[in-house]
Design a protein around this ligand. Structure first.
Ligand SMILES: *Cc1c(COP(=O)(O)O)cnc(C)c1O
Length: 401
């Protein structure tokens, strides 16, 4: 049987591993040797499950979206990660990692953020646990995700603007790693996606796997069977997709679809569709597929969606793509904006711009009438209202003139 989980050494096929500077070697080793042991204890599980239930609000609903189903002539369920406390799936992982950090005796938390959802999740769990929190965020993202910056500050986090590169997620991650190198003893790096050195990708996927665990139970109740025909999720680093795919990986008849951000088009030079234009290399501590030029310099990514604006992808997705267990497609800015407007009108749900990429993929897949499609609605759109409003004004203006 094929193996889709991480190997003992931290690899998915040839992808993954832990490529870190020597000064971080002990931190990564400590984490690698302790994470499974700690997570499997009854004490950890009681605390983790308790907080997911009472603080995050899990299980999140699985909603049969009848109007959307009619539009695409199939049966579509939305997994409502947008209803989590703080508005996205990121909190599942943040809760897990803060409990681990506490267990390891760390007192200071650092995090990177793009859309600000992970920064908010990290700041939230730090407030809850009384820990110091420093969030690195690119200046471009600080401007386009202002509501989340205000939330992080109110929660007591220090938000450090990052001015290098495109001033987006990649640059914020570089700065967080730099901080970690300077403070290896006291500091725990709370990574927001299935990226970074082993064991982060496996650990984050494990914490997010609650999504697919719930989907199975909820489908069983709704339809009398655990497995859908499709699971569709957007992919930035790939954590909500990894969580939504997790318990279906070995059910080979379930089609897994990851949706990347094409930006202005995959051949436009303004894209974040890593698997379409990338090649193998090392980024942020792991071997994966990334966007780079002929000299191996990382190419600046672009997407209207801050949470998908990243030039790499989690090693698990590089592998699932290589062995064809999952299919990855891409969706442009405009397609995502249209899908967000569409869902809002049809179902009364304003999705995050990231999740809107997954929604736009529905029009590109060919469903049969009786197929069951799970769409992981990774987050809510409050943070993106300004972008939506600007787009609506623009198309209304174009219509009038
Ligand atoms: C951060 C974010 C994403 C992208 O991150 P993944 O690790 O790929 O899940 C997607 N949707 C929302 C709402 C986000 O906040």
């Amino acid at each position: 049987m094929k193996k889709y989980n991480v190997s003992e050494q931290g690899y998915y096929g040839s992808f993954g591993g832990a490529y870190v500077p020597e000064i971080l070697f002990n931190n990564v080793e400590e984490l690698k040797n302790s994470y499974l042991k700690v997570i499997q204890t009854e004490k950890f599980q009681n605390e983790f499950q308790g907080l997911l239930r009472d603080y995050v609000g899990r299980p999140t609903p699985l909603f049969h979206a009848k109007n959307l189903s009619e539009q695409f002539n199939t049966t579509i369920f939305l997994k409502r990660e947008d209803l989590n406390h703080t508005g996205a799936h990121k909190i599942n992982n943040a809760i897990g990692q803060i409990l681990l950090a506490k267990e390891l005796g760390k007192t200071r938390i650092i995090a990177e953020t793009g859309a600000g959802q992970h920064g908010v999740a990290a700041a939230t769990v730090c407030a809850l646990m009384g820990m110091k929190c420093v969030v690195y965020m690119g200046e471009t993202d600080i401007v386009r995700q202002a509501p989340n910056v205000a939330r992080m500050k109110m929660l007591g986090a220090t938000v450090v603007p990052v001015l290098s590169g495109n001033k987006t997620l990649k640059d914020a991650t570089n700065e967080a790693i730099r901080d970690w190198i300077n403070n290896p003893e006291s500091t725990y790096y709370l990574i927001g996606s299935v990226v970074g050195p082993h064991p982060y990708p496996d650990m984050v996927a494990g914490f997010q796997s609650v999504i697919s665990k719930e989907i199975k139970a909820q489908l069983k109740t709704a339809l009398g069977k655990e497995n859908p025909d499709y699971v569709v999720a957007c992919v930035g680093g790939g954590s909500n997709a990894a969580g939504a795919f997790y318990h279906f990986l070995y059910n080979e008849d379930v089609k897994l679809i990851g949706v990347e951000a094409a930006g202005k088009g995959i051949h436009s030079g303004h894209t974040a569709a890593t698997l379409s234009v990338g090649s193998a290399g090392i980024i942020h501590g792991s071997k994966t597929i990334l966007m780079q030029n002929e000299d191996g310099q990382i190419t600046e990514p672009y997407s209207i969606s801050a949470g998908l604006d990243y030039p790499g992808i989690g090693p698990v997705h590089a592998y699932l793509n290589e062995v064809r267990r999952a299919d990855y497609i891409s969706v442009t800015d405009v397609e995502a904006l249209e899908a967000a407007i569409d869902l809002t009108k049809k179902e009364g749900i304003i999705p995050a711009l990231e999740s809107a990429h997954a929604l736009a993929a529905l029009g590109k897949l060919k469903f049969k009438k009786n197929e069951v499609v799970i769409l992981n609605l990774s987050g809510r759109g409050d943070k993106d209202l300004e972008t939506y409003t600007n787009y609506l004004n623009k198309i209304n203006y174009a219509k009038q003139n």
